[in-house]
Design a protein around this ligand. Structure first.
Ligand SMILES: [Fe+2]
Ligand SMILES: [Fe+2]
Length: 303
């Protein structure tokens, strides 16, 4: 049992900008695991921080907690144009992840936001909520990953056909996302390579999600493409960030070299991602289980 004082201590660590980022992330993951109104309130307070990396992870965690009490703060973040696109994106996605249809109207409103990542995120979240409404009461097929995804995995199982759907830029983003999650669930080298091809597709939002999924899949075959995307200075920082975290999760020696090469990147969110990813690398290769409470998406699927 965790006492009120312990929650308070975790919250204080999370909101303290003097504390190392890794320590703040760990406090966040523990709060996420605990859940409840006090945890939500501490997580909400940290949106006044100036690290986009930390703030986007706050929104991600609030979405994964699937507690409707987090809706007001997430709506505020989505509306706040002073927040970085990556943070507003994650708030929109979290509103879809919670699964409460009361946010449909606001998500529709932001589906035409001038920031393309935000608009596309809200379009996807609307499609997810509408899909949930159509399939309510049906048993949910639980894949090998525990994350609440922005789209349900496609029913198609053939990796070749999923690859075609994934890379077809004429198809709706929602359908391509469904193919993406089905490829992840399928696993294996062929699926990893198909996903890695997606790192060259048109939408930055789509590419960043590919990075995220490759981090979950943890297949070594995608390392060269992930390292190349991380190294591309013209790539959207949100994409480079996700590739860095994926490399940290795959945790092979080639990943370490790529992460070290960008540990002083001029782009803050990339630099901080490499810092956190190197810390995770130590976790994946070392005996300590510091990340036991968090970064579910960066951990191996339960067997
Ligand atoms: Fe994201
Ligand atoms: Fe991210």
């Amino acid at each position: 049992m965790v006492t009120e004082q312990e929650v308070e201590g975790l919250g204080q660590r999370l909101v303290d900008p003097q504390k190392p980022l890794q320590a703040r992330f760990r406090a966040l993951f523990t709060l996420r695991g605990l859940g409840g109104p006090a945890a939500i309130s501490w997580i909400s307070r940290a949106f006044s921080d100036d690290s986009a990396l930390l703030k986007h992870e706050l929104a991600y965690c609030l979405g994964q907690m699937q507690d409707s009490r987090a809706i007001p703060v997430l709506v505020d973040v989505l509306r706040d144009t002073r927040q970085e696109p990556m943070v507003r994106h994650e708030a929109g996605e979290a509103l879809g992840a919670i699964g409460n249809p009361e946010v449909l109207e606001i998500l529709k409103q932001y589906s035409t936001d001038p920031v393309i990542e935000v608009a596309e995120t809200c379009q996807l979240a609307v499609r997810r909520l509408e899909w949930l409404q159509r399939h309510s009461g049906e048993p949910v097929a639980q894949g090998p990953y525990l994350s609440v995804d922005p789209a349900p995995s496609a029913e198609e199982r053939d990796v070749g056909r999923l690859r075609v759907a994934l890379l077809d830029e004429a198809r709706p983003l929602f359908d391509r996302y469904r193919a993406m999650f089905a490829l992840r669930d399928a696993g294996g080298e062929e699926a990893a390579l198909a996903l890695a091809e997606g790192l060259r597709c048109g939408s930055a939002l789509f590419r960043h999600e590919i990075g995220y999924v490759l981090g979950q899949l943890q297949h070594e075959a995608a390392v060269p493409q992930l390292a190349a995307a991380l190294a591309r200075p013209t790539e959207n920082p949100m994409v480079r960030h996700e590739c860095a975290e994926a490399l940290g999760a795959i945790a092979r020696p080639a990943c370490l070299a790529a992460l070290r090469a960008h540990a002083a990147d001029p782009e803050r969110v990339v630099r901080e991602s490499c810092e956190v990813a190197l810390d995770m690398y130590e976790y994946e290769t070392g005996p300590a289980f510091q990340y036991a409470d968090g970064l579910e998406h960066l951990r191996p699927p339960p067997s």
